[in-house]
Design a protein around this ligand. Structure first.
Ligand SMILES: [Fe+2]
Ligand SMILES: [Fe+2]
Length: 233
């Protein structure tokens, strides 16, 4: 097993455990959904808004506009579900902004590397984030659907996650395809180096954020368990 696979397995195990713990805790669920909301309103939206602000070709402008409208719909779905869970979303932590800052720094040397312009860099980053989003949401849906099967009852959070996931799968494919359409044959090697750089940063933050995520979800789930026990007495 490579180091990369080990890292991915570690993140998956930590997060899956946290997701199972969150099932009986409204506050832990709200914490997880708030993380998704931050991604929708910062990481996904910011990179794409920059792309559409540049002089992108018409076909790309249309693709990005449609994708941004999906991201707004996702954010609205999450805000509605959070309101059902009686939670007002918190602002994003510094660590998630730090990821964008590192990414900007690490990809700066590629800003002039492609004839199509810096939009290629934004699309490479967006494709990576969308693919990571697909992995995160698939894992969550897996846990929620197992609970739905066991309890024979529909879960409102599962409906939200299912709906967002199907769009993100399409986004991951279309961002990657759009970047490749813009990259010339003689730029392929530079593009692959860029993809590796973006993936490395995404993974490095994945480990740090996963541990923080587990600790916070576990603390919220434990607090809700104590509260529910007290209410049951
Ligand atoms: Fe989204
Ligand atoms: Fe997306």
């Amino acid at each position: 097993m490579t180091l990369r696979e080990l890292q991915r397995d570690a993140v998956d195990t930590i997060k899956r455990h946290a997701l199972v713990m969150s099932l009986r805790s409204p506050r832990a669920q709200a914490y997880i959904l708030t993380e998704y909301l931050w991604t929708e309103e910062t990481t996904e939206a910011v990179s794409l808004e920059h792309a559409v602000a540049g002089d992108a070709p018409t076909w790309l402008g249309k693709l990005i506009t449609a994708q941004l409208s999906d991201e707004h719909r996702h954010a609205a779905l999450l805000r509605t579900r959070l309101a059902d869970l009686r939670t007002a979303p918190r602002p994003p932590p510094k660590l998630s902004r730090a990821k964008l800052w590192w990414l900007e720094r690490a990809t700066a040397p590629y800003a002039g590397a492609f004839a199509a312009g810096p939009v290629v860099v934004l699309l490479a980053a967006a494709a990576q984030f969308e693919a990571t989003g697909v992995r995160i949401l698939s894992r969550h849906l897996d846990v929620l659907e197992a609970r739905e099967r066991a309890s024979n009852a529909a879960d409102p959070t599962a409906d939200v996650v299912r709906s967002i996931l199907s769009d993100e799968q399409r986004h991951a494919r279309s961002c990657a395809a759009a970047a490749l359409r813009l990259v010339r044959a003689d730029e392929r090697a530079a593009f692959e180096a860029l993809q590796t750089r973006v993936a490395t940063i995404d993974r490095a933050f994945g480990i740090t954020l996963a541990v923080r995520y587990w600790v916070l979800v576990a603390a919220l789930a434990a607090a809700d368990r104590v509260r529910m026990r007290r209410e049951a007495v």
